[in-house]
Each structure stands twice: as C-alpha cells, then as structure tokens.
Design a protein around this ligand. Structure first.
Ligand code: PLP
Length: 467
C-alpha cells in the first residue's frame, strides 16, 4: 500500500481536551444531528491580544475590527464587545445584530460590497462609519443624509496601488489616482465627514501592504496641505495564518501532487484532482489553488513584518504612521478565528467504489466545509465510537450528502488508523474561519449545521450551549 502524504494540523489543547468528551458529543449529535460546529472563545481573545501587543510595541494608536463575515456566530461579536475591540460588518443583518449585541457605534464599520438603503439608513442613524466604494454609493448616502438630516461618517476605500511598476487590480474601491479628488469632494460636502482611508488587499505579500500604506500616507500628506485631516488608515484583513505543523509535510504533499498529476505517481486526490495543477502534453501547468496552509509568518508576525519594514531614510512604517498622527486600523477575520472552531460529523455508510477506493459517507455536505480554496488541506481527527478497535490502516475518501458526483468532503485521500464503522466521528479542525459558513447552502432542504459554543465550567469540564 502506498504511503499517502500526511498534513498534520496544528491543534490547540482545548480541542484535544474537548474530544475526550464522547458522551457530550454524542448527546449533541442526538439533539442537533450532524454536522455540528463547536466554537471556543479563549483562542479568539488570545489572537486579539497578540495583535494588540504588536500594535502597542510599535506605540501606534490603533483599532482592531473583527471581520465577522468569516463566521456567522454571534459568540465572537459578543466577545469582541466584551474585550472592547471593533467589528467589521458587511450587511444589514451583520450591522443590526452587532448593534443589538451592544457593540458601540464608534467600534463598528460598514465595509459591505453592496450597501442597501436600509443598511445605509441604519449606519446613518447610529453614526457608524461607512467605507465608500464608488460614486453611486456616495450619491445614495448624500440623498439619505439630506432626507434624514444626518451627517455621514465616511472612510474612502482605495485600490490600484502601484507595486513594482504594476497596478494591483481590485474591483473594489476608488482608484488611487482619483482618491484626492474624491476626498476633496467629500470634504466640501456638508453631509459628509471624511475620517480616513481603507484598503483590503488580496494575496499575502508583506511588501504589497507596505507599498499600499506608503502610497496612502502620501495621499494624507497632500490632503493635510489643504487642511484635510486623515484620522486613520485601515489596512483591511487577509493577515496570514498557519494551519500546519510541519513544513516538510507541506512540501512533500506538493511534490507528490505534481507527480500524480503528471501520472508519475499514484493519485492522492479524488479522480486525481490537481487542485489547480494540470497536465497538458505531459507538462505541468497551473499552480496550487488552495490557501497557503503552511507559512512561517502568521498573524502577529505578519503584522510586525509590515510595521517594522524600513522605508524612506531609515524609518519604520510604524514611525511614519506615528509621525503623521494617524491611527492604524485593521480588520482581521480568519486570523482572529485561528483555533476557535471545529466541525464534527458522523459516519453513516461505507462502500468500495469501482476503482477500489473506500468511500466513507458522512452526514454532512461539502458546502459545510468549503471556502474559495480548492481543498481544505488538513488531516481530520478520526474518532472511533467504540473502544478497543484493532488498528488497521485504511485509506479513504469522505463523501457528502448532496447528489453531486463532486460532493467529496475532502479531495485528499486520508489514511485512518482503524477500519471505519458507522457511528464513528470525524473532527475537522480549525474550521471557524470561512470553512463552516461562508458557502453553506440548504440544497435538498437540508438543515444548516448547528453552531454550539463550548465553555469550561468551574471544574474544568466542558459544557455546550447554542450560539
Ligand atoms: C474579507 C474582508 C476582511 C477579512 O479578511 P480575512 O482574510 O478574513 O482577514 C476584512 N476587510 C474586508 C474589507 C474584507 O472584505
């Protein structure tokens, strides 16, 4: 039997401790069905404090917003409110719920790609900062300000930064070349109150963020000459996170996948899916279209990398921000949710397909573990539901409940240490950021998965409650 490459995930202690509570988990399955998402707030608070420490070390005025689109659960919004950091909202419901939970207006921001009238109205009534994206939006906001006698607090989203002579394309925001004119127009309009700049970059390059900050600082310097103050620069989210224990496993997996795609090694993915690689005339094309699950500069290291970069005559990026008296804002989603959630599902069937592969049916569908990435590249934790099972290495694919040939939960073949049985459980770790909710659908009228919040009582035992 070939050795399928492993990708061992980083697993926070609470997860291992929680998984020892088989009875609690089984009773949750009996009550709520499968799959179940379990959330835990301690790592969320820890992740926030890691960012805070970097921002404080750089002596920056700062405000962190949790980008709540990465997870639907209310528990994280409540926690942000208690810990006194902010929440980035992307829809009417997200904003409305955050207000109801009690997040103060000055720690909320609306970055929604589409701003409906009711969303703008709600933001105006509560003096919540709106990040504007285009002229039509600006006109809509102005109209509602005039109608209701409001003043809009505005940030201006910009894009199109120059990077090594290339423009960084984004469909969002005003092009940087028009930004000065837009801010001057906002400044001269009594309905508006210009507060600062915002951007959010795709990709995970420290240098691109640095260049974007520098070009935004140039803008605010020019505006200052006209007496227009920039209170903050918001660098958005997309701060890297690391999911994996071992870089060598990550490299070995990538090597093996490429060989498989070129038919020089046995497939390690369902139907030899290249996850972005393809073979054309026996040559390798394309690139791995997954999140960079392993990386060495996660979270606060990434942020520190941006702020510590030396620029313009031996100054750090953070020095420039401080010298211009500008508050640094950021909107991490995924990285604040690092180690905050797991997804549990039950095994309901097993069968061998005509290729000789063992397909293990889970009571879930692929939209319940799905992001824009080509696959979720973490080995799950397998939990046999009976004691004393004989070890028996078995390599399987996990399949889902949608009547699609493609409803494969993980495209990778996974090696289990036992032969799977009905009622066993599979735990997918670190799924809170995007994986569990972002693309979840109700096709076939399946219920959405249940979201539970785990806490430890005074004896250290876990309890569960509905989100
Ligand atoms: C998605 C998004 C974020 C959060 O991005 P993460 O990758 O989850 O950190 C922040 N700001 C804006 C404007 C976004 O669209």
């Amino acid at each position: 039997m070939i050795k399928y490459p492993q990708l061992k995930p980083l697993v926070d202690d609470w997860i291992n401790q929680f998984l020892e509570n088989k009875e609690l988990i089984n009773s949750a399955f009996n009550q709520y069905g499968s799959p179940i998402n379990i959330h835990f707030l301690e790592p969320f608070i820890q992740n926030y404090h890691e960012y805070l420490e970097v921002l404080q070390n750089h002596k920056l005025d700062h405000l962190v917003f949790y980008a709540r689109k990465a997870n639907k659960s209310k528990c994280f919004v409540k926690s942000a409110a208690t810990q006194q950091f902010g929440v980035d909202t992307a829809s009417f419901n997200e904003l409305n719920q955050s207000l109801e939970i009690g997040v103060p207006s000055d720690r909320l921001v609306v970055t929604a790609a589409v701003k409906t009238e009711e969303l703008i109205q709600l933001a105006l009534e509560h003096h919540v900062l709106i990040i504007v994206d285009n002229q039509d939006e600006l006109a809509h906001i102005e109209m509602l300000c005039l109608k209701g006698g409001h003043t809009a607090q505005l940030g201006v989203r910009i894009s199109g930064f120059d990077w090594n002579g290339q423009k960084l394309y984004s469909r969002f925001g005003f092009d940087i070349t028009s930004a000065l004119a837009v801010v001057k127009e906002i400044h001269s309009n009594k309905c508006f109150d210009f507060k600062g700049f915002h951007f959010h970059l795709n990709g995970y390059s420290i240098d691109q963020r640095v260049q974007a900050i520098l070009q935004t600082l140039d803008l605010s310097e020019l505006l200052a000459q006209d007496g227009i103050e920039t209170e903050f620069i918001d660098i958005g989210g997309g701060l890297l996170m690391n999911y994996l224990e071992d870089e060598e496993e990550w490299i070995a997996f990538d090597d093996h996948l490429k060989k498989s795609v070129l038919h020089k090694a046995e497939p390690i993915t369902f139907m030899n899916n290249g996850l972005g690689y393809e073979s054309i005339d026996e040559k390798l094309h394309g690139c791995l279209k997954t999140y960079p699950y392993f990386n060495r500069n996660p979270k606060s290291v990434f942020l520190d990398g941006i702020l510590s970069q030396m620029v313009k005559g031996e100054q750090k990026v953070s020095d420039l921000l401080r010298n211009q008296n500008i508050q640094l804002r950021m909107e991490p989603g995924r990285s604040l949710l690092d180690q905050c959630g797991i997804t549990l599902a039950r095994v309901i069937s097993r069968k061998e397909d005509s290729n000789g592969d063992l397909l293990v049916g889970l009571e879930m569908n692929r939209t319940q573990l799905c992001s824009s990435s080509a696959d979720f590249l973490l080995d799950p934790i397998y939990l046999p539901n009976s004691e004393g099972r004989k070890p028996r290495e078995t390599s399987v694919y996990f399949t889902g409940a949608y009547c699609l040939e493609q409803d494969i939960i993980l495209k990778r073949k996974i090696t289990l240490s036992v032969y799977p049985e009905i009622g066993d459980m599979v735990c997918f770790v670190n799924t809170a950021g995007y994986m569990m909710h972002f693309y979840e659908s109700e096709a076939h009228l399946f219920n959405l998965s249940t979201n539970l919040v785990a806490s430890k009582d005074h004896t250290g035992d876990f309890t569960l409650e509905e989100d």
